[in-house]
Structure formats: C-alpha cells, structure tokens
Design a protein around this ligand. Sequence first.
Ligand SMILES: [Zn+2]
Ligand SMILES: [Zn+2]
Length: 425
Amino acid sequence: MSESSPGKKSISAIKGTKDILPREARAWQQAENIAKNVFELYGYREIRAPVFEATELFEKGTGQTSDIVIKEMYTFTDKGGRSVTLRPEYTPSVVRAIIEHRLYLQPGPLRFYYIGPMFRYDKPQKGRYRQFHQIDIEVFGESDPAIDAEIVEMADYLLQELRISDTETLVNSVGCRKCRPAYIKELRTAAQAVAASLCADCQRKVTTNPLRIFDCKIETCGELARRFPEITAYLCAECDDHFRNFRAYLDLYGIPYRIEPRLVRGIDYYTKTTFEITTVKLGAQNAVVGGGRYDDMMKDFGGPDICGIGFAAGMERLLSVARLEKKPESFVFIAHLGSEAKKVALGIARDLRRQAVECLLEFKERGLKAQLGRASKLQASWSLIIGEEEIKKGQFLLKNMKTGVQREVRLEDIPDLVRTESRQD
Ligand SMILES: [Zn+2]
Ligand SMILES: [Zn+2]
C-alpha cells in the first residue's frame, strides 16, 4: 500500500496483457458460471491441462502452415534447453491428455470443457491480447452428425444465457483426407492464376496451403478468394452425407444457418464440419464462437482412431457483447465502539459469516460517525452498531443503508432479516 517514490520506475503489466480488476471480475465469474452450468447440463465435465506444453505438440496439432504456428506462438527455451510454448489453443493439450491418461478407455463419448487463458504473440490491438481467455468444449468418440448439431445448439443456448443477440450461424464442410486433395489442387490452380494480385503472405500460401488464403484479412485477397472454387462441390459421398445430416439436425432444432463455403477457420486439423456464430454487435460481423470437427487428430498423435469435435469462444469477446445482470453488492458493515465491543464484533462477524451473511468490519477503533461514513462509502447494504449498551441488552441497531430504516434486532434474527431485505431489492 506504499506510494511509489519519485525516481523509482514502477513496473507495469506486459504489453498485450491485462489485469481483470475486482469490479470486472464479477462479470467474468458470472459468465464462467453460466458456461459451466450449460456445459454440465449437456454432460460435459471440466478438464484442466497445463498452460505450457512441448512446442512440437502445437506444431503437430495446430499445423505447420497455420498462422498461429508460423507467427503467433509464445515459444521459449527453458533452463533445461527444452522448447516450450504457452498454449495458443486448447485442443492439442486435451488430445495429449486423453492419450497420456488413456481416457479413451472410459465409456464414450468423452465430453470435456475448459475455461482459461491462452497465449498468442499477436500484434496487440484494441480488444486483442497476448494473454486472452477461452471457453472450450470437446467431444471425442462421436461420429454421428447429430453431435455436430448438438454442440451448435449448445453454443446457441450459451449465447442466449449470456443474452447475446443478433447472432448468425455459419456452417461449412472442409471435407476429409479422401476428398480434400482434389479440391486443394483446383484451389491452387485458381490461386496461382491470380497470385500476382495476392499479398506476399498469400503468395506463399499458394504453395504451402492454399486453403489458408481464406483466413487472410486483407480485402483484396478476400475479394479474389470469393471467386475461388468452393469446397462443398468437391465433397466425397461420406462428407456430403455428413454435411447434409448435420444441417437437417440444425433444422430440427430450428436453428437458422447460412452455408459459408469459405469458412475454413485458421487451423489445419479440421475435417468435415466447421462453424462459426457471429454477431453484428461487434461493429463488423465478428465470430463469438467457432469450431469444427477433427477426426484425424487423435490418430495423428499416436492415439487410437477416435474422432473429435469442439468449439471455442473468446471470453473477452463474449463479455463485450453479453448483457449480464448486475447483482448489487450486499453486505453488513459492523461498527464497534470501544475495545470490549471490538472483541464482541469480531465474534459476531465470524458467526454471521458462518451463516452465509457477508460482513466487514474495520479493526481500527474510530468514532461511530467515521465508521458509518466508511460503511456508506463502501456501499454497505446494512450497518450493525455494536456498543457497550447494546451488548448488555443483547439488542443491536441494524440500519438499512439504502432506506435509512433502523431497527433493534437480536443477533439470531440478522441472517433472515438480511436475506429477506436483499430479496426485496
Ligand atoms: Zn470426404
Ligand atoms: Zn492475403
């Protein structure tokens, strides 16, 4: 609590990171609780993996040609000479954990969720951070397209619970290892024809992975990409069937959607279904939820041949458009007069807290006026006055700070009284 002395340079948070201060943290807790409740209703259970992993996990999982791996990974060498990376996304960690702990031996499908920080060494800009937070769900071992639709429906419900409106659901299929190569070939030909007009980054992608051109944010590239062949015309029978059934289940749920053939999402491992839920509330149309299927990932990591699907949602983005109810603070400020009263007050505070009544008292002995002044500055809902008289009588003065109404109460009446009055707020 000391003031910074002149001449000494204070240390600030690292560029691209952000403190979530107590007032803001309330909204975070609310959103996190809503998400957890929704996911648990659908049978998901929490999994927590470490924040950093071996670099090769993400190179292999997220993909060598993805922008995340090429430009944005937070990678460093630790004191043991190992290359480690702060996770840029969550799925590879979950896949690793499933294989490592043989979770696939449990009755499937496995449904997991996670809420926590991710790290990308991106150019810090408005609303984008190098440490950001994601809500993430994954299902392993369910190939039925009904699950693809169910997770979209769950995401939709989550957004409803967060009271995020004006959303649009975009869906696509990116095919599989059987049908995608033929499409990529056509795509490369089309991209090669206009390569001179593409940005330097996209020119490189023409050879490495032309699918990634669709991720480019530069307008001229986007304009050209709109005339490229569409993957949906190249799907094999299995992928086409899966995509059709997925959409039929969305119809069943009554979820409107738009097919967006350029929705490939910035990650290499997707197969079949990809989807995004966007909202116009974020200025331009921006995704609040994005996900897809990754049927080959587990196998590619040396695990069993188990398909997977999931989605992620950025907490910062969700919170910027969520309309959460602000719950007023509700606590009792205990004012005490005299050293004997202080001791009694300490005991009363403990007892009230044991009965789930939030209370606060200050340890310094001050006048009543000063203490009540503190109570109103802290926006206490009630103040409870404890003086020698009150202790003798066993009756205390409880003041509702909002209405100004005071009444004599016995200690045992306080929990009920406080709860009734908070409900009336
Ligand atoms: Zn296919
Ligand atoms: Zn480009």
